[in-house]
Design a protein around this ligand. Structure first.
Ligand code: HEC
Ligand code: HEC
Length: 377
């Protein structure tokens, strides 16, 4: 499936070709070959691929890009002095190694990450995932540029498809499900052909990338906010604890699925259109096509006017078109239950747990499903 990322072996062919005549033609041929090699190099799939993460930083991927220290300092537009900057860089580098290095005893002792899976996870990630998600997991691999939605930036620590309460980290099972099934209607492929052990390695590696990314980011943020060098261990603990399976609640259907009757669909319809309540229609639109007034209209944020709605990474987004019958997190009723109850992290699709009763959520699901059968396709 990665064929489209590999550039079809062009770099190898290019390198072997040697111009045997002197003169201008040879020089320009050499130049062309060189340019072609440079162009295709990032797409080449091999263990010694050049460092994408370094290149990624020059690629403008909006808020989704990796936070290098320098950029963070630049973002603030403030001058902290070379000495402070150097101290901070050293702190991040050494403490990242100390707490999140593969050989970190500290990390192993937390028991929250299965560190023995990381080396295999890294190999699989660099082969199968880095082309889109970037080697550092910042979501800006070479193939990411034109994707919409963009590949997830794991370093921000925000995930969309979780079965846990709002704002909580995903469970291992959530990541396993995403990797196994892919995300319909996005570029995220399914990896059901990778053997199961490898998928578990990848789950662990994604968790690790995310913890490490958030850790580095929080150190820099705190340092800049407080203008002093933070206690790294305190923040390492804070980040890791959030991933502790013991701290993750499951949002299972609060009540078994109710019967799918015309009455249930009618009740669901009412909730969907209720402007003072759930107000699904404001985003998803009258016919469920995702063209509600919030999506087509303008809104003001900090005095600036924007059209439409945006995700946390700064990209404009559109709600799912229910008439297509394609649901990203799975199309079984219980998948929809989890989405509506917990929301979709990092997007304007909020959670309705506590706002709607479980029975009301089932009514809504029956209504949403009826939109798929009625229209589109
Ligand atoms: C062809 C590009 C591509 C490849 C290759 C790819 N992904 Fe993704 N991935 C995406 C996109 C795009 C999204 C975001 C979809 C969305 O926002 O709905 C995503 C999202 C994800 C998510 C986030 C789910 C969430 O809840 O937020 C995980 C986890 C993930 N990918 C893991 C992987 C792993 C592991 C691999 C390699 C085995 C991989 N991806 C390979 C494009 C890709
Ligand atoms: C503020 C805007 C907004 C409101 C209000 C809203 N949604 Fe959404 N919804 C979205 C967006 C945006 C997405 C797509 C998120 C994505 O692509 O990651 C979405 C996606 C969905 C999905 C698709 C999940 C999947 O797996 O593909 C369902 C189902 C859904 N919403 C149901 C509802 C219901 C039911 C309500 C009312 C109770 C509602 N939404 C209210 C914005 C909204």
């Amino acid at each position: 499936m990665m064929a489209h990322l590999t550039g079809g072996g062009a770099p190898g062919r290019g390198r072997r070709r040697r111009p045997d005549r002197s003169g201008q033609a040879a020089v320009s041929l050499l130049f062309l070959v060189f340019a072609a090699v440079l162009f295709f190099l990032p797409f080449a799939r091999s263990a010694d691929t050049p460092e994408w993460d370094k290149e990624d930083r020059t690629r403008n991927t909006g808020l989704g890009r990796d936070y290098s220290l320098v950029e963070d300092l630049v973002y603030t537009g403030e001058e902290f002095g070379a000495e402070f900057q150097q101290e901070l860089t050293t702190l991040v580098e050494t403490s990242s190694e100390e707490f999140f290095g593969f050989r970190s005893d500290w990390l192993r002792d937390t028991g929250i990450l299965d560190v023995d899976r990381l080396p295999a996870g890294r190999r699989a990630f660099e082969n199968e995932c880095a082309g889109c998600h970037g080697r550092t997991g910042d979501g800006s691999g070479p193939a990411a540029t034109d994707l919409d939605p963009r590949p997830r930036n794991f370093r921000s620590g925000v995930f969309k498809f979780t079965s846990t309460s709002t704002g909580q980290k995903p469970k291992r099972a959530d990541l396993f499900k995403t990797i196994t099934r892919g995300l319909a209607g996005s570029a995220m492929p399914d990896f059901r052909l990778l053997n199961e052990e490898r998928r578990h390695d990848l789950v662990e590696y994604v968790r690790w990338l995310s913890m490490k990314g958030e850790f580095e980011h929080i150190l820099v943020t705190i340092a800049l906010d407080e203008e002093e060098i933070p206690d790294a261990e305190e923040y390492a603990e804070l980040i890791v604890e959030r991933w502790d399976p013991a701290n993750l609640d499951s949002v299972f259907p609060g009540a078994p699925e109710t019967e799918r009757t015309p009455e249930s669909i009618a009740r669901g319809r009412e909730i969907y259109f209720d402007a003072t309540g759930a107000n699904c229609v404001s985003c998803h639109g009258d016919t469920g096509k995702g063209d509600g007034p919030a999506v087509t209209g303008e809104q003001e944020i900090d005095g600036e006017v924007f059209e439409g709605i945006y995700d946390d990474w700064g990209y404009r987004m559109f709600p799912r078109d229910f008439s297509s019958g394609v649901f990203r997190a799975g199309e079984e009723s219980k998948d929809l239950y989890v989405t509506i109850a917990t929301g979709i992290g990092g997007t304007p699709m909020g959670s309705f747990e506590g706002v709607l009763s479980p029975e009301e959520i089932w009514d809504l699901i029956h209504f949403v499903e009826s939109l798929g059968e009625g229209g589109g396709q």
